[in-house]
Ligand binder design. Structure first.
Ligand SMILES: [Cu+2]
Length: 334
């Protein structure tokens, strides 16, 4: 029985562990997909369409927590809605929100120089689906080859202190068109790296959380086997779509969703050399569907048009499953 596919496999040996796209989000997305579960909190309730205007790609200002100068009267019969702890948590959440949005802006714009200031080496590694940290120098070297991936923060909630110099928040984001919910940990940047009025938080890691798809999302059933992908139905009105993958095979497969420029084909994709996706493709989302298991890929805000679903996982001899027949399309109707 073959083991879990190695995330590195799409990349030439000389390359770092992975690219953010197409291989890039693979493991992050895989973890997300594996944890997508019915019954989890409804991340979609926050309203994906209502995300705030894009933040600039820059280290944001620190948020100063309001200080309760006068102790509140203990005898007051009316419960005080906002405790000092609540206010501190709200201020922390607000600051982490600005950090997350700044990082998303930098990733969307491909501004690697600021990405490395807003994230730790561990997180830079996670962007490439690696458990190994990636130094800022290594990241700066490979980021230009891979290009930007549209990344948008939908909401940042529940800021918490984890310990000295360590905090976390729940983040709902859209990467490509894939809705993700995860808990982000932040840690302090080294002393002296920030000016006094700048936020000192930087992203250290993210862990996927269960996600409930938008209530009005169309459900497409995706059956994966050796070596074919079938979708039913093949058309949807969108714009929110759940690809519910079922893997009948004894090995892992993936649902990698891409948009192709006019005239571009899966044959062209096979001919393209990694690690980056060819310029004629746009990354939409990715989920690994484990052998004999299921996974959901939640896509939001899909424009009308044709979407291609492929599996680029390699066979034993390195041949991508796409070359063996694992490709199909679905259409979002106008
Ligand atoms: Cu496959």
């Amino acid at each position: 029985m073959p083991g879990r596919p190695k995330r590195q496999r799409h990349l030439p040996p000389a390359q770092p562990p992975r690219s953010r796209a197409p291989g890039g989000w693979r493991v992050v997305a895989m973890v997300a997909a594996l944890t997508v579960a019915i019954g989890g909190p409804a991340a979609s309730e926050v309203g994906v369409q209502n995300a705030a205007a894009a933040a600039p790609c820059a280290i944001p200002a620190a948020v100063v927590a309001p200080v309760a100068a006068t102790p509140l009267p203990v005898s007051d019969a009316t419960p005080v809605a906002t405790s000092a702890a609540d206010m501190e948590s709200a201020a922390l959440t607000a600051e982490l929100d600005t950090v997350a949005r700044a990082l998303a802006a930098c990733l969307s714009q491909g501004k690697a120089g600021t990405v490395v200031e807003l994230a730790t080496a561990r997180y830079l590694g996670q962007l490439y689906a690696s458990d190994l940290p990636l130094s800022p120098e290594e990241y700066l070297q490979i980021a230009p080859q891979l290009g930007p991936v549209e990344t948008r923060i939908v909401s940042v909630t529940d800021g918490r202190r984890l310990g000295p110099g360590r905090v976390s928040a729940e983040v709902v984001s859209v990467v490509g068109r894939q809705l993700l919910r995860s808990r982000w940990d932040f840690e302090k940047a080294p002393a002296g790296e920030r000016t006094p009025n700048q936020s000192t938080w930087r992203v250290d890691r993210e862990q996927a959380l269960p996600l409930i798809p938008p209530a009005d999302a169309d459900l497409l059933s995706v059956t994966l086997q050796d070596y074919a992908i079938a979708i039913d139905p093949t058309t949807t009105s969108g714009p929110d779509v759940v690809l519910r993958g079922e893997n009948l095979a004894a090995q892992d497969h993936e649902m990698l969703v891409l948009r192709f420029a006019a005239g571009f084909t899966t044959e062209d994709l096979l001919r393209a050399a990694g690690p980056a996706l060819p310029k004629q493709t746009t990354y939409v989302g990715q989920a690994t569907v484990p052998a004999g298991g299921r996974a959901d890929l939640v896509l939001t805000g899909l424009e009308p048009g044709r979407y291609t679903v492929v599996c680029l996982f390699p066979a034993e001899d390195g041949t991508p499953h796409l070359a063996l027949g694992m490709a199909t399309t679905f259409e979002v109707e106008r």
